[in-house]
Design a binder for this molecule. Sequence first.
Ligand code: NAD
Length: 463
Amino acid sequence: MDQSIATLFARIKAGNDARRADFGLAERRAALDRLADVVRRNEAAIVTALKADLGRPEAETILTDYLPVLQEITHARRHLRRWMRPRRVWPTLATFGASGRVEPQPRGTCLIIAPWNFPFQLALGPLVSCLAAGNAAILKPSELTPATSALVARIVTETFPPGLVAVVEGDKTVAEALLALPFDHIFFTGSPAVGRIVMAAAAKTLASVTLELGGKSPVIVGPDADLKQAADWITFGKFVNAGQTCIAPDHLYVHASVKDAFIAALRARIARAYGSGAASPHLTRIVSPSHAARLSALIADAVEKGALLPLASGQEGQSIGPHLIEHTTPDMRLLQEEIFGPILPIQPYTDTDAVIAAINAQDKPLALYIFDRDRSRVEEITRRTTSGTVGINLTLLHYTHLNLPFGGVNTSGIGAAHGEAGFRAFSHDRAVLRNRFLLLPLLFPPYGPRVMRLIGLVKRVLG
Ligand code: NAD
């Protein structure tokens, strides 16, 4: 075990224990205000870091990494008093004479592990919920986005006392050392494969976990879809951040009756957004040469197995332009692995039941998208499938709605984040029951005839 990590953990844990009683509403709001302030002052540095790590256009960084953190802070600050308030519960017949309440309590010392795809907001967003709930944290950003990781470390060190939040930079060996420590809660965002490792590590100390994972999120374009609307939203949802988005549409089912018109609309919309393909200044780069190689291998595998490409807009080093792929077969890797890149396989269908069966045969997706103006068809698909979230006639936007919980189911995630759901993820709902005038001692032993008569009465009332 790395001694410096163990020392850091001991300091955070001691800080947390010392603060337990007096990290109230005012202190939490002050911590959030300090964070908002430093994030605002570092707007240009955030844009520069994301440019270095992912070749991101400024607009995309502002929309997807910078604003979501500020929005999370503003929302938490505004609603924190209500979230923290103990909730009174009604007495039940058996507990008449006692008053009960549920008190959200900080979980304690938390570990936050972040991925590389939105490396700023997926590190600091969970930290907002963690602090709002009154916890201390160690945060480990992803090693694949080193400029953002260094920036997150600087921001945290500048903003918080060392006993409240610390950043540990590094790769999986650092994450493994952290996971060996007895954290109270682990909030992990990343792949399902590593999610399993995190949950196994948590089992050793019985730390609670929130796992924000990924998978293959399908999109269905139905026979009554507004094709222009579908092309707009799918172009944005699939190609923002070059498809390196956990809830990007992964693969697409389009009703055969509208397939040709839809592909034409999609190609036109993609051309308007990213006219020059891989060279477009509006396109984010693939994070690393090995991820770019993985994506070109996915395309090559599909071509080798007979796929057609109605759109293939090139590759320049680590930049891959949008690709649309038709004539797919189930043995193609594209249909087996999470794509996480700017490649969209398109499958025509005529039978909605078959699409529902195909979705239900996969791991439960993080998001399911349905484009159709026929509300009963949309409701039917929604009712007969399961997924972490559903977007109807839109993509991605549900992620930013802070009054909606965001999370997956089973392989796509456990627990939820954002807004109040994020606060609850980092809180333990403690039940408190106070005796006011309980008559229950009348039933305590010895169990003589009087007690037995009373039990008879209680049975008639409760049984
Ligand atoms: P990843 O699982 O490879 O890495 C995530 C983090 O885990 C990194 O900080 C990494 O250093 C660490 N890690 C890697 N190996 C580890 C190990 N053996 N033990 C402990 N920690 C380890 O994921 P990624 O490639 O950074 O991100 C892509 C994945 O994340 C995709 O599957 C995507 O769908 C998912 N994701 C989910 C969400 C969400 O909110 N649900 C958001 C973004 C990304």
